[in-house]
Design a protein around this ligand. Sequence first.
Ligand code: AMP
Ligand code: ZN
Length: 464
Amino acid sequence: MTIRLHDTMAGEIRDFVPLDPGAARVYTCGPTVYGPAHVGNFRAVLFADLLVRHLRYKGLKVTWVMNITDVDDKIIKGARAESTTIAEISDRYAELFLADMATLGIVRPDVMPRATAHIPQMVELIQKLLDGGHAYKTDDGSIFFRIASWPDYGRLARLDPEGMRVGERVESDEYGKDDVRDFALWKGPKAGEPSWDTTIGAGRPGWHIECSAMSMAYLGNTFDIHTGGVDLIFPHHTDEIAQSEAATGQKFVAYWLHNAFLQMGSQKMAKSTGNIERVADVIGRGTSPRALRLALISAHYRMSLSFGEDSLVSAGSAVDRLDALLAALAAYRSDAGNDATLPQLFAATRSAFDTALDDDLNISPALAAFFELIRELNRRIDTRMLSTADAGSAIEFLRDLDRVLGIAPAADDTLEPDLQALVDERAAARAGKDWAASDRLRVTLADRGVLVEDTRDGQRWRRA
Ligand code: AMP
Ligand code: ZN
């Protein structure tokens, strides 16, 4: 089956044809690390994560690069406010970002390049643009991209090429520009700002050039997929295309994918309005990380998604159902023969699941197929239709689909020895019909986050 993806450049859903058969090179605009990210930011990362997971599930060899912007006006301002260095600020928030990514079960990108470690690549790119007449230097040492030199400018955002750079104010330090539409590739040195001494002069890179340089450094001049939030279409991605293609003479990106916003209340979750929730806040109020992940991926990436208590509660109970089923399957023992219709159930589920995700990552029908399977497997456990071996293959099948969803508990979840000892003690108490001890141990375990349940297959446990 062909994977189809919505390409912003084409304005439609297209068959995904990798540049190299069997492989996909993907770049995601990563965080500017000047403060803690909010769950809206993570919606953008989770969308890329879902894309990468699905491409891998379909057998493609994916190289995923997500940058870290560690030099920027906001970081400089933050460092000044705290009388510290931009390195200290960006290290602190990059670390927090990575920790939140891990909490949300986001696949670690193959490369997470930092802007400050790629200044030579940016300088080289800017030099090419200067040589080609696509860039010019102003008196203060800044270098701008000359929009008039690039007739194709603005196609991604469907801009009127004669139009202004709508919505962007002219920076006070950008007075030297030839054309109000031109954008900074390099910012001349200023007192109190970090600056690099390079062959194009002293200064620091603009944001757009960072992504062009880092994506091409790891993925080549032309790569398959570039992702980001819809707010990045203009100017960020529009500028990335112009400067990259003007420098290399080659097509920059084959497919442009953009996610819609996470809303809270009736507006976009955004730091500027203070309308935000952070991963730690949500987890701290008792939502499990996997439930938060599910809530954030549960709507199609191009639809706006409303964040709220309701969605967290329903994601929480969905994750509980999955956990309970996996625990039940692990404990299941039966002398019954194999369920002859189980392979059909798996095939139908996989077909619905794959068809949905192949269709521009249409997550809702994929989740529906997954949770319908959970219902059906519970029914077959209750009616003792499964063999012991069936239960094992059901776990394997669920875990295979979960390579895309990432909401199942870790497979190798074993209890800490002291907890396992309590579980064993309770099993012994039950075997000896010491119900008082067994009840007491159940409460002790629950207090420590382990729920035990008695089934026909004996006692089984799962984490709360
Ligand atoms: P920012 O910190 O605003 O520069 O955003 C960093 C990344 O997060 C960009 O890719 C944005 O498109 C994305 N982003 C920011 N806010 C939201 C939101 N409320 N929903 C989804 N993505 C967002
Ligand atoms: Zn970017």
